[in-house]
Every structure is written in C-alpha cells, then in structure tokens.
Ligand binder design. Structure first.
Ligand SMILES: CC(=O)SCCNC(=O)CCNC(=O)[C@H](O)C(C)(C)COP(=O)(O)OP(=O)(O)OC[C@H]1O[C@@H](n2cnc3c(N)ncnc32)[C@H](O)[C@@H]1OP(=O)(O)O
Ligand SMILES: CC(C)C(=O)C(=O)O
Ligand SMILES: [Mg+2]
Length: 556
C-alpha cells in the first residue's frame, strides 16, 4: 500500500493510565439498552423508513424488550416529526418505555424537538455537538471555548423548554466525534453541560460517549471511557452511555470493553445497521452475554421473525454470517464439524445435560428460534458420514451401522460434488432409497417358506426371480437369513458372505416397521442393502436381496 504515509493515529490517550477495566473478565449484568434503529439506523438507509415501517419496527423493538428507543430526529423531516406525533397521539408508547429524540444544539431545532415530544409521558432529549479536533478546526472553525459554548447554550435552552414540558424529560448529551477528541476536552465539555443540568438521584442525565468514527483498537476506547467515568462531575447521577460505530469492525468489542470500563448503557442497532459500517450490533452484544450465562434482558428468541421484519422495512440484508442471526451461522457443511455436532447432540440426549456444550455451536439454535434439522447439518461435497447419517437418523429415522454410514457418505458426497450443489434432506433420502432400500431387480425373492429341523437348523424353500424368470430352491442354514442366503447362492451360482446384520424398529406415526441393514462381502468388496417391512424376517430378506442386487450391479 503505497500511500501509508498519508495516515496517522487520530485519537488521543487519556493523560493518566486507565486500565482498571482490564482486570475484569466478562460483562456481568445487562446494561440499559437504547435502540437507535429508528434514528441512526434510519438516517443511513438509501430510502429511509416510511411512517408505517417505523411504526412496525417500533412495535417489534418494544416486544423485544427495549425500554429506551431513539425514535428519530423530529426536526429533520415531516415523516420524522409525524412519526413522533403518531406514537404519542395514538398512545402507542407503553408506560415503561421512554422515547428518545435527537437534536443539534441550535435553537430552532431544539424548539421543534420539544414541540414534537409534547404530551409524551417519558422522553429523552438528546443534544449533541461535535468536539473532535478535526471538526473544531475544519467544520466549525471554532476555539475550544466556542465549542463549549455551543453545548452549554443548547443545554440551557433545554432547561428552559423543560420547564414547560408536561412529561418526564431526561437529558442526554453527546460530545459527537468523541473518539477524535482529547479526553480532557471531552471531560470539560461534558462537565460544563452536567453543571448546567444539575443531575440528581431522581433526575439523572445521560452522557453518551460516541465512537462516531472508530479510530482505535477497543482497549484504547475502554481507557477513554474509564477516564470519563473517573472524571465526570456528579458521577453517581450520570448514566454513562456508549454509542460505537463499526469503522474498524470492533464496535461490539468497544461496547463490551466500555462496559468493563464502567459504562451503564449501550446505544446500538439490530444487526449493526447505521452510518457507514454501521452502529454496534445489539443482537451480538446481548447474545454474547447470554452465552456467558448472563440474562441480557432482551428477548431474541424469534430471530427469524426479527430478520424478516428488518430486511423488509430497511431494505438491508442480514449477512449470512452475521453472529447469531445470519442464515449460515449454525450451518455445518464440513465433515469433521458435522461429526462433532452430531456426537455432541447425542451426548446431550444420553447424559441429559442441562448446560449447553455442543462443539462448534456457541448457542443452542433453538434459543434464537432456529431448527436443528435444516439449519445445522447441511450436506454438500465437504460433508462426512457423521453429518449425513445424522440427517438420515434425525429426519427419517434410519440409524445406519457405522460401516454403512461410510459407504453412504461417499455416495452422497459424490452426487453433491457432481451436481455442484447443496443437497436437501429429501435429496439425501432419495439417494438412500435408490441405493439401498428394498431393491428387487434383477434379483427378487417373492416367496420363502421355513421349516425348523430337529437339529435346530432352518430349511428355507424360496422362489427366486432373476430378470423375471423364476425357479425354486431349497437350502439349510443356522437361521432364516442364513438359509435364504444359501438358497440364493444356489439359485444364482454366486458366492458371497453375510458379514453383518442389524435391525431396528422404524417408528412412523401410528405404524412401526422393521428396518434391516445387511452387509455382504463378495471378493474383497462390501455391499450394503436395507430392507423395510412390517415383518422382521421379510425385512431382513429384503435387506439381503438389496445388498445382492448392489453386488450384481457392480459385477456387470
Ligand atoms: C453523528 C450523527 O449521526 S449526528 C446526527 C446526524 N443526523 C442528521 O443530520 C439527520 C437529520 N439532519 C437534518 O435533517 C438536517 O441536518 C437538519 C434539519 C438537522 C439541519 O439542517 P440544515 O440546517 O439545513 O443543514 P445542516 O445540518 O447542514 O447544518 C449545518 C450547520 O449546522 C451546524 N451544526 C451541525 N451540527 C450541529 C450541532 N450538533 N449543533 C449546533 N450546530 C450544528 C453546522 O456547523 C452548520 O453551521 P453553518 O450553517 O454555520 O455552516
Ligand atoms: C448523535 C451521535 C450520538 C451519533 O450518532 C454519533 O456520534 O455517532
Ligand atoms: Mg451514530
């Protein structure tokens, strides 16, 4: 990369070491969550959501359990304003939910914002102005004092408007572009605003520390957050909030480390929608906590419904590998992963485990509304016998013997490889049926009669049909299958050995049938057949005949 000299680290470290957070291991309680899907998420869309779409999304966010929802920037447009009015006038905001609205620190915008929330029972008025070195110099061309004045003038105006407001109003201040701001200046401007708002136990204020643009590694942000937590005035009455964007791909880590550093609240969006690379993905942060055994106090148990709604109203896509939500995040195509998952699932059943420890799956797919069948083990040319056998067992009830799984596995992989596509469970089952099940051509045994001799041997009298030509044969054996096998050898003048035989019941709704797996050797090769019938003997003979037909096909 030839232009690397063009860049330098544009962030500022706190003046003192702030590393207490690094002693902590995990986030041990849920923060206050604020969804900014309808504001930051919405302002980043190619086509912002319509009023109806915002209403539908709002209802979903409430259902998930968000208690604070930034519903928009009411001074931005007619739709934003109308949306706010509709929620209030149609009484759509539950009493335990607080709406939040964003405003620049400009009088006409603050005025319009307070008009928009008139009548709301609970609202957060979120005031912001930019504080970074780059914005101070290039955008505002103002000194530090002048930038502080923008914030304090706005804060004072908010106090004035609040006097006339009927509902419960909480204030939030964001030193926008915090990550490009010297921490001491961020501290000073926030403290100036705090001093004007005078927070108290029953009137807390929110200080939001946005990673407007992500400029550093997350441990740097954590130090900046810890510094702010240590130096803000009236800290006990200040709710420290985080609002990371994802420019370096670390917004979730920023939130997690920022929480370790003392923050109380997270602003983010579902699936990380938002300006440029997006906001922090609340789904991921919340479910990361969940998989550590901490209740995030948000309910993502019907993820498919949330994804459907989100994709429809935002016209964005949830990436296939988006943590916890993507279409492929539980899918194992590769053989060794499938094998481990299938064994892990069986272990759970066997041991009645109450903790989730299945290899390769950090969360139980059922906990986010996903299925084991179809979502987890998926079949292509990378798959192995473990996964393919798992599909056949879980979805169709066939528990193949280990050696036969291998034979079947290679057949399925070959089909997928040649077709160059994933195989659906029904296609896997069709291969199974075509390759092994009740095969009766060219060889068939339409009739068999058994006599038990005094010496304990069994005599089988069979009618053998080869390419439709039938004749009768009799032979003895130490069991019915053995006797029939001997009679078939005679009839076909064909030598083979029955190497293995297993069977189990196949439960299908009200009926139960026997399934028999027969492996024969012929020269140095093994051939498999499966029989299925309501009678266990007929089932075993059908399995044997299927294996013989496979051997015949190979000999041709
Ligand atoms: C990081 C974030 O996500 S911040 C939120 C960003 N979201 C949005 O901007 C979406 C909604 N915004 C809008 O619809 C419009 O920008 C409005 C209605 C708010 C304002 O519209 P306008 O006044 O026409 O335009 P614009 O936003 O370009 O105004 C820029 C002016 O405001 C000033 N300004 C920008 N932000 C702020 C602020 N937070 N506080 C005070 N002044 C500000 C700029 O310095 C500039 O001043 P100048 O006119 O003296 O050069
Ligand atoms: C308005 C602020 C909080 C913002 O969205 C940002 O800085 O990213
Ligand atoms: Mg933002």
């Amino acid at each position: 990369m030839k232009n690397v000299e063009k860049y330098e680290r544009g962030y500022y470290m706190p003046p003192v070491k702030c590393m207490k957070w690094a002693e902590k291991e995990y986030v041990d309680h849920a923060p206050a969550w604020c969804s900014v899907d309808l504001r930051d998420g919405n302002q980043a869309l190619i086509i912002p959501m319509s009023l109806e779409e915002k209403l539908e999304f709002f209802t979903k966010l409430v259902e998930i359990g968000f208690k604070e929802i930034e519903i928009g920037f009411p001074a931005a447009s007619e739709t934003e304003y109308e949306f706010c009015r509709t929620l209030i006038e149609k009484n759509m905001i539950p009493d335990d939910v607080t709406i939040q609205v964003l405003t620049q620190s400009r009088e006409h915008i603050i005025k319009k914002t307070f008009e928009a929330i008139d009548g709301a029972k609970n609202a957060v008025v979120h005031l912001y102005n930019s504080t970074s070195v780059a914005q101070r110099e290039q955008v505002f061309r103002k000194s530090k004092e002048e930038i502080i004045k923008i914030a304090t003038d706005g804060a004072k105006l908010c106090n004035e408007y609040k006097k006339h407001a009927k509902g419960n109003i909480v204030f939030e201040y964001s030193p926008e572009s915090f990550t490009g701001t010297e921490p001491e200046f961020a501290r000073d401007i926030c403290n100036a605003v705090i001093d004007i708002w005078q927070p108290a136990p029953d009137n807390k204020v929110i200080i939001n520390l946005p990673v407007t643009v992500e400029m550093s590694m997350p441990h740097v942000y954590a130090q900046q957050v810890e510094y702010m937590c240590d130096t803000l005035h009236n800290r006990e009455n200040v709710i420290v909030s985080l609002h990371p964007h994802n420019d370096r791909g670390c917004a979730v880590a920023d939130c997690e480390m920022g929480l370790l550093a003392g923050a109380d609240r997270i602003e983010g969006t579902c699936f990380g929608n938002g300006e440029r690379t997006g906001n922090a993905d609340i789904v991921t942060i919340a479910l990361n906590m969940y998989t550590h055994g901490i209740d995030p106090k948000l309910d993502f148990s019907d993820m498919p419904a949330l994804v459907e709604l989100y994709e429809r109203v935002t016209r964005m896509k949830v990436y296939d590998r988006s943590p916890y939500s993507g279409a492929l995040v539980f899918a194992a195509f590769s053989g060794s992963h499938q094998d481990a998952i299938a064994k892990g699932m069986n272990w759970r059943k066997e041991k009645s485990c109450d903790k989730w420890t299945v290899p390769y799956l950090p969360i139980d797919p059922h906990d986010v509304g996903r299925e084991y069948d179809g979502d987890v083990i998926r079949i292509n040319s990378q798959s192995g016998k473990g996964g393919i056998g798992f599909i056949l067992q879980n979805q169709f009830g066939y528990d193949l013997p280990k050696k036969m799984r291998e034979d079947f596995g290679y057949k399925v992989k070959a089909v997928s490889d040649h077709k160059h596509k994933e195989l659906m469970p029904d296609e896997v089952y069709k291969i199974f049926k075509d390759e092994y099940l009740n095969k009766c051509a060219p060889v068939d045994i339409p009739e068999a009669h058994y006599v038990q001799k005094q010496n304990g041997t069994i005599c089988a009298a069979i009618t053998a049909s080869v390419n439709g030509v039938t004749d009768d044969h009799t032979a003895e054996g130490n069991g019915r299958l053995d006797a029939v096998a001997n009679a078939i050898k005679q009839a076909l003048k064909f030598d083979f050995t029955v190497e293995t035989y297993t069977e189990h019941a196949l439960e299908r709704k009200s009926t139960s049938e026997a399934v028999s797996y027969v492996g024969i050797s012929c020269g140095d090769k093994m051939y498999w057949g499966v029989g299925r019938h309501s009678d266990i003997i007929v089932s075993s003979i059908k399995g044997l005949v299927s294996a013989i037909n496979n051997a015949f096909a190979d000999k041709k």
